[in-house]
Design a protein around this ligand. Structure first.
Ligand code: TYM
Length: 373
């Protein structure tokens, strides 16, 4: 497949992503075993997302770890663009961020970019994206971040503070850089042209708020990297450290190949899905199975292209022996798709019931996390 045949931007992921090529295109570094071991040693255990290679690349994670070791204040920064309901793909960087928060006892800054989603989606009104932001907030709180070390803000509710940093960033970013980095054109609105400065601002916010030398690490999926190129370019000009990053692959949707995306709801599992929705979506998932049970028994299936297998591998079956068994039994035809899907659906329903319980409790915790101007 030619390099051009897949596209990864903050707003669009198209085609079958070749992560090796993406590493070269974006100029990020592959995550090394040495770095993984250092994180696991600090955390006390190896996170399955590291073990399974869901997190696969970084920018200067080595320097961030050195900062930690030498006593520099290290913090975490991640976020969400509230364009609709939260899906299970969004939860993965947040679950991993919690692991890092616990490992390094780090303060977390969490940005909700209602402004971005208002500007980028012609169909969304400001009040709609604001209400998505407060809905998504419950999913974020449900992850269980330390309330005393977590500051969540919605851009339109924290603009006064962010704006002062954003205009400093914006002054150093030309329209041609913004066009080249984000694919803006002359018909892009001027709001979205400025927006990257708003997403870069929290890279420098901790230092401003905490008043000391601070090193930021951003855990997120790789689609957000263009923002960090801008932030890292500007950082030394403003006298800040360049933010480091640790980046994940995309959790696929339940269809063929594509990343899980809210725009294809039947192949996405949302955090408010009911058990029957989960059953139906997984039942209709794209698999590597044969058209009939007889053929499956004879020829076996192909887990390498199967969305259901990806869910076991990346999210729900972390016992190496068990995931190997699923793989081999699929290949040999011992395991048939119906059984494999039914078992996955049970696991996902249990996971979601637990998340929904915590999400309900989160309604009483908003004031412990949310900061406003
Ligand atoms: P958003 O809302 O598109 O995505 C939120 C987070 O989820 C990641 N992500 C995924 N991860 C795994 N599998 C998927 N299928 C998948 N889809 C999305 C995203 O990379 C992101 O980490 N502009 C941002 C909001 C933002 C932000 C940040 C994100 C503001 N500041 C700092 C990360 C870090 C956005 O629209 O994310």
């Amino acid at each position: 497949m030619a390099e051009q045949e897949f596209v990864v931007t903050p707003w669009e992921v198209r085609g079958e992503v070749d992560y090796g090529k993406l590493i070269r295109q974006f100029g990020v570094s592959p995550l090394t075993q040495e770095l993984i071991d250092k994180i696991a040693a600090k955390a006390g255990y190896l996170h399955p997302f590291l073990k399974r290679g869901l997190f696969f690349a970084h920018r200067e994670l080595d320097l961030w770890l050195k900062s930690y070791e030498s006593g520099v204040n290290v913090v975490l920064y991640t976020g969400r663009g509230p364009s609709g309901k939260t899906h299970i793909g969004h939860l993965t960087p947040w679950m991993f961020t919690k692991y890092l928060q616990d490992a390094f006892n780090a303060t977390l800054y969490f940005q909700l970019t209602d402004d971005e989603k208002f500007l980028i989606h012609p169909e969304h009104s400001l009040s709609e994206v604001e209400s998505f932001a407060y809905d998504n907030l419950l999913d974020i709180i449900a992850i269980g971040f330390k309330p005393e070390k977590t500051k969540i803000f919605v851009n339109t509710g924290y603009a006064k503070t962010l704006y002062k940093i954003a205009i400093q960033v914006a002054k150093h970013v030309t329209v041609s850089t913004a066009k080249a980095t984000f694919g803006f054109t002359d018909s892009s609105n001027i709001g979205i042209l400025f927006f990257p400065a708003m997403q870069a601002a929290p890279c420098f916010l901790p230092q401003e708020l905490e008043g000391k030398d601070t090193h930021v690490l951003i855990p997120c999926a790789i689609d957000q990297d263009p923002y960090w190129r801008i932030a890292r370019d500007v950082a030394p000009k403003l006298g800040y450290r360049k933010p480091a990053g640790i980046f994940s692959r995309f959790i696929p949707g339940l269809g063929r190949g594509a990343k899980m995306s809210s725009s294809i709801p039947e192949t996405s599992i949302f955090t408010d899905d009911k058990p029957e929705d989960i059953d139906r979506k997984i039942w209709n998932a794209f698999t590597g199975g044969q058209p009939t049970i007889k053929e499956q028994r004879e020829k076996g299936g192909n887990p390498d292209i199967c969305s259901v297998y990806q869910y076991y591998y990346y999210l729900f079956e972390f016992d190496d022996a068990k995931v190997k068994e699923i793989y081999e039994n699929c290949r040999s035809g011992t395991l048939i798709c119906g059984d494999c899907k039914r078992k996955l659906a049970e696991i996902v329903k249990k996971f979601m019931a637990e998340h929904q319980r915590k999400r309900e409790k989160a309604k009483d915790l908003i004031d412990k996390y949310l900061i406003r101007d």
